[in-house]
Design a protein around this ligand. Structure first.
Ligand SMILES: Cc1cc2nc3c(=O)[nH]c(=O)nc-3n(C[C@H](O)[C@H](O)[C@H](O)COP(=O)(O)OP(=O)(O)OC[C@H]3O[C@@H](n4cnc5c(N)ncnc54)[C@H](O)[C@@H]3O)c2cc1C
Length: 318
């Protein structure tokens, strides 16, 4: 059976299929070429319903790329070959309420992290407020082990429901501390689609939690997070360097450095922004220029936090 025919017969209810979808509309950098086949979760009951399609793709050597909110990725200007599955969904919101107890609060992967934090707060549950204002989905936050205000996803996680995209098996994986570290998760390797995350939260007064969340959102605004399209911090911090990566880049005199439409923001050394009309290759070249400067002048290796995905041709993928 041809791919087209298979997709028509096997795309589950609620999912929608698009061809040649511009990824600039699905990434916070607002750059990137076209995805050949783009499947939007939309109103699907569960992400796991996509299993026949991912199995078929595996059997036929068709690449599968998963994205959530596109808040940590730079999609190649040449786009993405194969099938791209966007998990972001507005309708799983009610399902977040499917909690049985404070110590097992369940969030479907495609829901925005900020929304999940808000729902926890509405239920007088504390522990996820650090996600207030964080762009992207819970699946992306788990995969990246997102960290804000000194707290990581791994600090509150008790387990993850995953689907193996090769054979479609859905399992619950209990949290194992030894598999997690600063901005590292076991899902950065392998073939797992994150379906849902289970968190251990603590009861607290709703008003107190909401106040803390409002403060976090204001702090992000003040730091200029949303002034121009970006993917947040480009590089990880490294305590061995004795200073935050943002400060290091500033001290290298690189604030405002530009390649094409990409610029090191003038207000935050670790943010590259799209000043309008940037290409993904501008962002990548600027990232490499910063790394080269840090290597040459300080002898340090800045590790990328943003991910370069899609068809980068000969350029090495991260
Ligand atoms: C203004 C701004 C501020 C930011 N501030 C922070 C911050 O303070 N702390 C921080 O940690 N990050 C920050 N980020 C980065 C980003 O918000 C986080 O990394 C976020 O968790 C990414 O989620 P996403 O859904 O957008 O993931 P995407 O960017 O869509 O994907 C990231 C990776 O996760 C994978 N993925 C996504 N969903 C799934 C799934 N369901 N199953 C398996 N894999 C999946 C993708 O394949 C990709 O490899 C910021 C970004 C922006 C734009």
């Amino acid at each position: 059976m041809q791919l087209d025919e298979f997709i028509i017969k096997n795309t589950p209810a609620g999912f929608t299929v698009h061809r040649n979808e511009p990824m600039s509309e699905h990434t916070t950098f607002k750059t990137g070429g076209f995805a050949d086949i783009y499947i939007q979760t939309g109103e699907a009951e569960t992400l796991a319903a996509i299993a026949p399609l991912t199995r078929y793709a595996h059997e036929n050597n068709i690449p599968v790329q998963i994205i959530g909110g596109g808040a940590n990725v730079v999609v190649a200007d040449s786009g993405i070959r194969g099938i791209t599955i966007n998990t972001m969904t507005p309708v799983a919101r009610q399902k977040v309420r499917r909690r049985e107890a404070a110590n097992d609060f369940i969030a479907p992967a495609g829901v925005a992290s900020d929304t999940v934090a808000e729902i926890a707060a509405e239920n007088s549950l504390s522990g996820l407020e650090f996600l207030a204002g964080l762009p992207g989905t819970i699946g992306g936050a788990v995969r990246m082990n997102a960290r804000c205000w000194g707290k990581s996803i791994s600090d509150v996680l008790i387990g993850v429901e995953t689907m193996n995209i090769v054979n479609g098996d859905v399992i619950f994986e209990p949290f194992k501390a030894e598999e997690w570290a600063y901005k590292q998760s076991p899902y950065q390797k392998g073939n797992k689609l994150i379906i849902a995350a289970h968190f251990c939260l603590e009861p607290e007064k709703r008003g107190t939690i909401l106040k803390r969340m409002a403060e976090y959102r204001i702090e992000r605004e003040k730091k200029g997070h949303f002034r121009s399209p970006s993917a947040g911090s480009v590089f990880k911090n490294n305590p061995a360097f004795g200073s935050s990566t943002g400060k290091i880049i500033e001290e290298l005199g690189l604030l405002g450095a530009r390649i094409g439409g990409a610029q090191v923001s003038t207000w935050h050394g670790n943010f590259i922004v799209n000043t309008g009309g940037a290409r993904s290759s501008d962002i990548r070249t600027l990232t490499e220029k910063i790394q080269a400067e840090a290597r040459k002048r300080l002898g340090i290796e800045l590790e990328c936090e943003i991910l370069f995905i899609g068809d980068w041709g000969d350029r090495e993928k991260h």
